[in-house]
Design a protein around this ligand. Structure first.
Ligand code: LLP
Length: 415
């Protein structure tokens, strides 16, 4: 267990989330099941708000981490904005009541229709990732006779010291524009009739566990903004992306308030609005995936704990080799070193490998911890598996925020 995660504790061998028994929740709503702590999501978001209070800041929650409409409404009611990367995420953010002026839109492959929607809704700005995208945005804005806010995402070639699959600011990554080309594009954009230059964007990676790479990116963006200014191009936003990590297996990332202290020094005396795009650090530790042990299979030299959640429900271990703690919801049962595997027909369908797990008994429930970010949002229907339900725990109450899919949902979009 992550001792610093105040939402979870054992009481008499039973795991509770904010005082509510997870065993009871699993039996009531069935498994596999995502369960979130509303209290923790609010606290994490408010930690950012409070930490950056003294600075002119816009916190744009990264919708990709968890796009649940209920969570987005919570963010909206706390005054949050959204960082979106698709028309779907834009739709979800607007539907949750997030004001267009608080939405920023990133991504290397925005389609024309996604750009049209963003232009028509009047979002704060689009973070442009290529010269051709700039042309398309100008064309779309001219057609609808609108002015559109933009910023360019710079690739600063900074190593975020994280998993290679989630590094985004290295020069070999597909993201962003190299600084020299970006300078040219700013000049070109300045002459475009329907383009309003708003800012500079950097985002160097995710699950970053020290402030170094984030500060380096922030400094870089500030220097870049100064160079633009010296060319007569004034911007009003510096967007330094998201990326702050969480504690999956003992990491001790800086808190928003520690980060704010350091970023405050970098931004001292600046007039631009600072934009942050945190995702994982808001929802990651607030969620668990509950899964029931279906079978225990012992073969020579190896044990398998076969659970009812597969990599279609939580893909991070299979996709990145990510570590998620797995703990029993009721402590009674065997302690075993085992691979915790799902029912999907692939050998890479595992939640943990060669892991010592407690409370192993057929029918027991396990909690896969730190599953609130990039859990449900990356779930799929592979093997024709309906996706799990989601439950929120809020002030002692527990309620469904997404019902479990049924086999019938698998054919709903067929024609
Ligand atoms: N802004 C941009 C432009 C991004 O690309 C991302 C994440 C974020 C913000 C939010 O980053 P966060 O604060 O959540 O670290 N599926 C992977 C993570 C991919 C992150 C992609 N971009 C995982 O499960 O670890």
């Amino acid at each position: 267990m992550n001792k610093n995660n105040k939402s979870f504790c054992y009481e008499g061998g039973a795991l509770k989330m904010d005082g509510v028994s997870l065993e009871k929740i699993a039996r009531e709503f069935s498994t596999p099941l995502y369960v979130y702590s509303a209290k923790q999501i609010r606290n994490r978001f408010m930690d950012y708000i409070r930490a950056f209070e003294g600075m002119n800041t816009l916190i744009c929650y990264a919708v990709k981490a968890n796009y649940s409409g209920h969570i987005l409404k919570m963010i909206s009611s706390m005054g949050g904005g959204a960082d979106v990367v698709s028309g779907g995420e834009l739709y979800m953010a607007l539907r949750a009541g997030i004001e267009p002026e608080k939405i920023v839109f990133a991504g290397v492959g925005k389609t024309r229709s996604e750009i049209e929607e963003a232009v028509n809704r009047g979002i704060c700005f689009l973070n442009i990732e290529s010269a051709q995208e700039l042309e398309t945005i100008q064309e779309v804005a001219a057609e609808s006779e609108k002015s559109v806010g933009i910023s360019f995402r710079i690739n600063p070639d900074i190593d975020p010291q994280t998993h290679p699959s989630i590094s985004t600011g290295l020069k070999e990554n597909k993201f962003g524009i190299f600084p020299a080309e970006a300078m040219d594009l700013y000049r070109r954009a300045a002459s475009m009739k329907n383009i309003q230059i708003k800012g500079v964007h950097v985002h160097v990676g995710s699950q970053i566990t020290s402030s170094g790479p984030i500060l380096e990116a922030a400094r870089y963006a500030c220097v870049f903004a100064d160079r633009l200014k010296s060319e007569g191009i004034e911007i009003s936003y510096i967007d330094i992306g998201g990326g702050l990590g969480i504690n999956y297996e003992g990491a001790n990332p800086p808190t928003p308030s520690q980060l704010a202290g350091e970023i405050g020094k970098v931004f001292k005396g600046r007039s631009e609005t600072l934009v942050l795009e945190p995702g994982r650090s808001i929802v990651g530790e607030a969620g668990v995936l509950l899964t029931e042990i279906n079978y225990i299979k012992k073969v020579p030299g190896k044990n398998f704990v076969i659970v009812d959640a597969g990599f279609n429900d939580l893909v991070r271990p299979a996709m990145y080799g990510s570590h998620h703690r797995i703990v029993p919801v009721e402590k009674e049962g065997e302690k075993l070193v085992a691979d915790v595997v799902g029912p999907v027909c692939e050998s890479s369908d595992f939640l943990a490998e060669s892991r010592e797990v407690e409370g192993i008994k057929k029918g027991n429930i396990l909690a896969v911890m730190e599953a609130g970010a990039y859990g449900f949002s990356m779930a799929s229907n592979y093997n024709s598996r309906p996706r799990p339900a989601e439950v929120m725990i809020d002030e002692g109450r527990s309620f469904l925020i997404r019902r479990r899919e049924e086999p019938g949902d698998l054919v709903d979009t067929e024609v």
